[in-house]
Design a protein around this ligand. Structure first.
Ligand SMILES: Cc1cc2nc3c(=O)[nH]c(=O)nc-3n(C[C@H](O)[C@H](O)[C@H](O)COP(=O)(O)OP(=O)(O)OC[C@H]3O[C@@H](n4cnc5c(N)ncnc54)[C@H](O)[C@@H]3O)c2cc1C
Ligand SMILES: C[S@@+](CC[C@H](N)C(=O)[O-])C[C@H]1O[C@@H](n2cnc3c(N)ncnc32)[C@H](O)[C@@H]1O
Length: 642
């Protein structure tokens, strides 16, 4: 589950060397020279991407990132470069930031690019990490996992492969037949492949996977290098070949909360004209109007799907917020840490065991004994617990407004979409009076609970009322981070906010004294001497409604065509959700439950990739876990047709 970072030594000539694999990261002739001579030239780059909308590279072994930097540099310098460059790279032992910087210091030619890479370099946490550069036109997806597992989790098509493990004799896993088979599965028509090694076993293995290969004259001290072309007897696409919309196709986004704002931002940056239709007069108005919201990891001893998804969503969101802040200049994100104190000694023990088992970097997750946790969070908590160092909180209202201010987004407020109709070419959004509000070939439902009314038959959503209570304090406590768990606590400018209640089947929109009392009782369990000033005044309390599914995961993706499923009824039984027919141009991202901040950016990227036909930012198992068709498939399994 955990990753161990690479051990790296610099040889006398400066070449980075791995004692674990007893091999160098690149030849002594220089990493950039090798990258250009072997991997770029071996895949006929930059010529092959000229004029293309998108070009996708898959590398085995990210190492120092020299091949990536050389490719990115070539892309930048090429006036005929492709519209978007996707670079996937697998790495089991990521370098520490310190080692990365030491290696990059020897690459003055690409110093600026290397600095940008390091600025986003992820923590060594297992899973996929997507980084955007050059306004999202260069997309690096780092797959921190063992090579075969990582490749098996990809569902995309690649135009070029860089095979760059350590020498086959020292690193056989990277040259396993399974690796070549996966490359074949993931190869786009006309795909090419390059490597520095011409070892017989590699050539034979590639040939068996239909990569017609030949040795080419080498570079520097190397006599040969390998180039290959994918020539299968017949070509069958990998599971899902996405159909991309026109790059400038207009999109309607329904709902201007955390979900809709992130989607509008993502799609606008991709070049789509976006119109947001929002029922209320001043967004955000739904659950996203909560004045403060936490973001932090989810923990499970076996690093379950929810934990992996939350990790991906959280780390992705942090990078997107950073980019937004660089553009917008004002997005206060508090990353001062989040404490999750255990309720009792038994829970503290179980937390400690989980943390020890996962072995994640302390910056992301650690277990602290009571006194240390007290010192970290600034409250006299009764037990030890988890400390999420890189987590924190923000004001979702500021985030939503900043995202909606992205140039190119048109937000129309005070318009409620009553129904959607497709006229054969475009979706029409119609109001309660039967008036056409707007039309577009692409629509994204980001309207929380109301989405299942506009697209019926998907599943039933739970509606969970929540009340958050601000509390004035004469001398607000020095709360270093926020507190999560049974009671959530934030330090605000003029006091604290405590919450939040969690009540299903309770539709009362007004705040209640009894609920405020529950929030205050929670606060007092964390801080018995809290100097409460306005215990019964509910005038500042916030009430909102979370929409959630039964499996606690959101619905994100293309929406299934219920009519088509119904027409063939139980014939769809036993199929995977991905196989179900979809409605043309209709997408959804909703049911974020209590994790709007964690899901919103990731969901926006999934929707953006689905619309543009780009490789998704997630392992296909995780994509399936949020597929909006999953409940239909589960019901079909029980003989229930939607
Ligand atoms: C008390 C409370 C505390 C919370 N704390 C946290 C927290 O700490 N961390 C966290 O990550 N999350 C938290 N959440 C959850 C988070 O607020 C939600 O997950 C998130 O706001 C959902 O965003 P959304 O855009 O899907 O929905 P919403 O914010 O509800 O937005 C949906 C929007 O769609 C509009 N709309 C609906 N129907 C239509 C229609 N037919 N036509 C046009 N517009 C329409 C609505 O007016 C609304 O503006 C909390 C929620 C509550 C209630
Ligand atoms: C030769 S280096 C790659 C150099 C890199 N391409 C660059 O441009 O800097 C080989 C890389 O493969 C990684 N690796 C080795 N075994 C692996 C495995 N089983 N799965 C994934 N990565 C592995 C190593 O950690 C190392 O970073």
């Amino acid at each position: 589950m955990s990753l161990h970072t690479a051990t790296l030594i610099h040889r006398d000539d400066g070449t980075p060397y791995s004692p674990e694999f007893d091999d160098v990261y690149h030849s002594a002739d220089g990493g950039l020279t090798q990258a250009r001579a072997v991997f770029l030239a071996g895949n006929a780059l930059p010529q092959r991407w000229a004029g293309q909308g998108r070009f996708c590279v898959l590398e085995t072994g990210f190492g120092i990132g020299i091949n990536f930097l050389a490719t990115w540099q070539a892309w930048r310098e090429d006036p005929a470069r492709c519209g978007r460059l996707h670079y996937f790279s697998v790495e089991k032992h990521p370098l520490t930031l310190v080692d990365l910087a030491a290696c990059h210091a020897r690459l003055p030619e690409v110093a600026a690019l290397a600095a940008e890479l390091r600025a986003q370099w992820p923590l060594p946490l297992p899973g996929w990490h997507r980084l955007h550069f050059d306004e999202g036109r260069v997309v690096l997806t780092l797959l921190f996992a063992d090579v075969v597992k990582a490749l098996a989790d990809i569902d995309a098509q690649f135009d070029a492969f860089y095979l760059d493990g350590f020498a086959p004799a020292r690193n056989p896993q990277m040259w396993d037949l399974e690796v070549f088979r996966h490359c074949a599965r993931l190869a786009a028509p006309g795909a090419t492949l390059a490597s520095y090694t011409t070892a017989r076993a590699v050539r034979d293995g590639l040939a068996a996977a239909h990569f017609h290969n030949e040795r080419m004259p080498g570079y520097g001290r190397k006599r040969h290098r390998l180039v290959a072309e994918f020539r299968p007897p017949s070509w069958r696409p990998a599971a899902a070949v996405p159909t991309a919309a026109e790059p400038d196709a207009p999109v309607l986004v329904i709902g201007a909360g955390l979900a809709g704002a992130a989607i509008a931002e993502n799609l606008t940056l991709r070049g789509h004209p976006v119109t947001v239709l929002e029922a209320t007069a001043v967004p955000p108005a739904g659950a996203s109007a909560v004045p403060a919201a936490l973001f932090h990891p989810h923990l499970s001893p076996d690093d379950a799907i929810l934990s992996r998804l939350v990790r991906n969503g959280l780390l992705f969101a942090l990078r997107r917020w950073q980019a937004l802040e660089q553009r917008d200049g004002h997005l206060p994100v508090s990353r001062s840490g989040v404490a999750w104190p255990a309720a009792d000694a038994a829970e503290a023990l179980s937390m400690r065991q989980t943390v020890e088992r996962l072995q994640f970097p302390a910056e992301y997750l650690s277990f602290l004994e009571r006194d240390e946790l007290r010192a970290r969070c600034g409250l006299p908590v009764a037990n030890g617990g988890c400390w999420f160092g890189s987590s924190g909180w923000l004001d979702p209202r500021i985030l939503v407004r900043a995202q909606l201010a992205t140039p190119g987004i048109s937000t129309r407020c005070g318009v409620r979409v009553e129904r959607l109709e497709h006229d054969g070419k475009a979706w029409q959004a119609i109001d309660a009076a039967g008036r056409l509000l707007a039309a577009a070939p692409l629509v994204v439902l980001a309207n929380s609970h109301d989405a299942v009314r506009l697209a019926p038959g998907l599943c039933q959503l739970r509606l969970i009322r929540g009340q958050l209570s601000p509390i004035r304090c004469e001398q607000p406590p020095l709360l270093h981070g926020a507190i999560a768990g049974r009671t959530v606590l934030f330090g605000l400018e003029k006091g604290l906010a405590a919450g939040s209640t969690f009540d299903e089947n309770d539709l009362q929109p007004e705040s209640r004294t009894a609920d405020r009392a529950r929030n205050l009782a929670g606060l007092l369990t964390l801080w018995p001497e809290a100097p409460l000033q306005n215990p019964a005044d509910v005038s500042g309390d916030f009430v909102g409604f979370r929409a959630a599914t039964r499996d606690h995961l959101p619905l994100i993706g293309a929406l299934p065509d219920i009519t088509a499923v119904r027409a063939h009824g139980l014939q769809w039984r036993g199929r995977h959700a991905a196989e179900l027919p979809r409605q043309p141009g209709l997408f959804g991202a909703f049911a974020y439950g209590s994790r709007g901040l964690v899901w919103a950016s990731l969901a926006a990227e999934i929707i953006g990739c689905r619309i543009d036909g780009d490789p998704l930012p997630l392992e296909h198992g995780l994509v399936a876990a949020v597929d909006p068709a999953r409940f239909i498939v589960r019901n079909l399994g029980q003989g229930i047709v939607p």
